[in-house]
Design a protein around this ligand. Structure first.
Ligand SMILES: *[C@@H]1O[C@H](CO)[C@@H](O)[C@H](O)[C@H]1NC(C)=O
Ligand SMILES: [Mn+2]
Length: 399
């Protein structure tokens, strides 16, 4: 312990010595424009957690759709669409809310004591690509907009392919490496056009679906078939993905399910659509290990898409969502399950159904959603394993 306090004292020295006269405003305009002068006087340049224009985790922001030459390793993109929901609207503000919830994340302070890595400094770039300008008026326009935007991002060159190859990431059917995109929803319907775009690059893919609801409802049983467009909504999109052949038969799984159903026929349709199911209560009986094992054995080694509806979390942790259901996983339980997804061949991820208007003033939902994106980035970067945690513990014991 004495060594710990002496280390802390040493760490503070450069800031104290940096400038002896803190009470005087003596930098010229030229010096302020020169980052070094500002740094040597005040010890910090750039954004603080609570300052600056809000990109995800203060990452570089590029409007990628307007910049076709922009190369991408990992891209974060907002999909502000909520015109196909059954209950509370508002997820069009989800990307805004999640970015706001991410403000305490930064590249220079991104090291995880759990995974032993900093996913913002893992040899490849993470860029906030802004939002897709999605029509709020007509889902028959909005859905192809999502597909076109996603396909555009997937088509970009991957500048740091070697960092990816070390992680064993799958290539597309064309033999090329494609960017990994993390989408911020938006209501869950956006996943249908996302799967369409991914399918055209990888062929049929498996889905790991965290949600309180199955979202494989056959539209004929789900409020009837009023029009082709009304059939495609946030409760039916996986049924369409199954019918269109975007997802691999028998290699998909839900986790966290607990809603009510019309009857057993809903669950029969779910099996037809190719899904297995982990109930929210299974955590009590199977534990983290059992859930992880069941998910991984279901999806295997092929390309996997992870879709996370924030309503999978208990409403006490994530009240700001369109169709909350009591009895969900705590934020700690959910984050551990998500962190355990390391090692899968992940081709894309999303967090959907964050509707910030229903959040607490403390931004509980937005902060959880942003932290889950951080967990996604850790999983992509190959973090989370027991050995790294032990090494971290050893460092701690040395101090
Ligand atoms: C990735 O590649 C780009 C372009 O070649 C390069 O500028 C950058 O330093 C590389 N590494 C990271 C972490 O972005
Ligand atoms: Mn959903």
């Amino acid at each position: 312990m004495p060594r710990l306090s002496s280390l802390l004292a040493l760490a503070a020295v450069p800031l104290v010595l940096a400038h002896s006269n803190h009470q005087t405003a003596d930098l010229t305009a030229e010096e302020i424009a020169n980052k070094d002068a500002w740094f040597s006087k005040y010890g910090k340049t750039g954004d603080l957690s609570f300052t600056g224009v809000t990109s995800f985790a203060h990452l570089p922001h590029v409007r990628c759709l307007d910049e076709p030459g922009q190369e991408l390793d990992v891209a974060i993109i907002g999909m502000p669409f909520d015109s196909a929901v059954s209950f509370r609207p508002g997820a069009r503000f989800g990307p805004f809310g999640i970015r706001s919830g991410s403000r305490r994340q930064t590249k220079i302070r991104g090291y995880s004591s759990v995974t032993g890595i900093n996913p913002y400094q893992s040899g490849y770039s993470v860029i906030d690509c802004g939002d897709v300008p999605i029509s709020p008026f007509d889902p028959s326009i909005a859905i192809p907009q999502v597909a076109d935007a996603y396909a555009s991002l997937l088509s970009r060159k991957v500048p740091n392919a070697t960092a990816f190859e070390g992680l064993g990431f799958a290539k597309g059917l064309d033999g090329e490496l494609h960017p990994r995109v993390i989408s911020l929803g938006g209501d869950h319907t956006i996943v249908l056009p996302i799967l369409e775009s991914l399918h055209s690059v990888y062929g049929p893919i498996s889905v790991i679906h965290f949600d309180a609801h199955i979202d494989t409802w056959n539209p004929k049983r789900y409020m009837g078939s009023l029009s082709p467009q009304a059939d495609i909504n946030h409760g039916t999109f996986f049924w369409h993905a199954y019918e269109k052949g975007f997802i691999k038969p028998g290699a998909n799984i839900h986790a966290g399910i607990r809603t009510r159903f019309s009857g057993p026929e809903d669950l029969q349709d779910d099996v037809t659509a190719g899904f297995d199911l982990i109930h929210t209560y299974d955590l009590d009986d199977m534990g983290l290990e059992g859930i992880t094992r069941k998910i991984k054995s279901r999806v295997g080694n092929g390309p996997v898409y992870i879709s996370l509806d924030i309503d999978v979390a208990d409403p006490s942790a994530a009240p700001a969502t369109g169709t909350p259901e009591s009895g969900g996983w705590s934020s700690r339980e959910l984050r551990r399950i998500v962190q355990s997804m390391k090692g899968l061949n992940i081709v894309g991820m999303d967090i959907v159904e964050v509707a910030p208007a229903y959040d607490t003033n403390a931004e509980l939902t937005s902060i959880l959603a942003a932290d889950l994106v951080y967990d996604f980035l850790n999983v992509l970067a190959g973090g989370v394993d027991g050995r790294q945690i032990q090494e971290k513990t050893a460092v701690h014991e040395e101090l």
